[in-house]
Ligand binder design. Structure first.
Ligand code: GRF
Length: 206
């Protein structure tokens, strides 16, 4: 959607905002960071749809508070992964979505679905990939005695946490860090990284 936006003090121009969908399963703090970034008239994206596979995800409340359209597509109501993925695909298509952001979305996606959104679907992961793929990335980095970890925004490919890296940001692991303190610091960094990465991929394709 084109929005009139002020550039510097006096010049006005149209910023075309890409339609982004965010897929969540839980808290949705990264969704919040993306919705907040989209409030800036110069930011090149708008969150046009939130999809949760869990009816009780707090991210749905966040979407409602920001007047962003959301849908629950409950994976438990589908017989197969493919039929669940197809329902999501149809929802994305019917809302004219151009970019899909996974933000704490806790379902594996079929290769067929990933193929349909190739180069248009990205994910945030709480490690400096290729280190610590999969679940428990923060605690695994902590347990390994790393001094630095971080987050990665990457394109989604069928293999988990393996797609081309768009952006990485480091997070130091401090003496005395617990899973809670490190997770908190990780989230602060993620909330800057994800909006920045969305901007990067949009500008790359302009
Ligand atoms: C984030 O740490 C993200 O890296 C991982 O899942 C977590 C989601 O957190 N993929 P939230 O739901 O965005 O708060």
């Amino acid at each position: 959607m084109a929005r009139l936006s002020r550039v510097h003090q006096t010049k006005w121009c149209f910023v075309t905002k890409k339609k982004v969908a965010v897929l969540i399963s839980g808290n949705g703090s990264n969704l919040q960071a993306l919705m907040d970034a989209c409030k800036d008239s110069d930011y090149p994206a708008e969150i046009a749809l939130v999809i949760s596979n869990k009816p009780d995800a707090f991210g749905l409340t966040r979407a409602a508070q920001s007047a962003v359209k959301s849908l629950v597509i409950n994976h438990k109501e589908f017989d197969t992964r493919e039929s669940f993925d197809e329902a999501m695909h149809q929802a994305l298509i019917s809302h004219n979505i151009e970019i899909v952001c996974l933000a704490g979305f806790m379902r594996l996606l079929s290769a067929s679905f990933v193929g349909k959104w190739q180069d248009r679907m990205i994910n945030i992961h709480p490690s400096l990939l290729p280190k610590y793929k999969g679940a428990n990335a923060i605690s695994n980095a902590l347990a390994a005695g790393e001094k630095i970890t971080g987050c990665t925004v990457h394109y989604v490919v069928p293999e988990m946490d393996a797609g081309e890296i768009i952006l990485q940001k480091q997070v130091p692991i401090l003496a005395g860090d617990t899973l809670e303190t490190l997770t908190l610091r990780m989230h602060e960094t993620e909330h800057k990284a994800y909006p920045a990465a969305v901007r990067i991929i949009i500008q790359k394709n302009e």
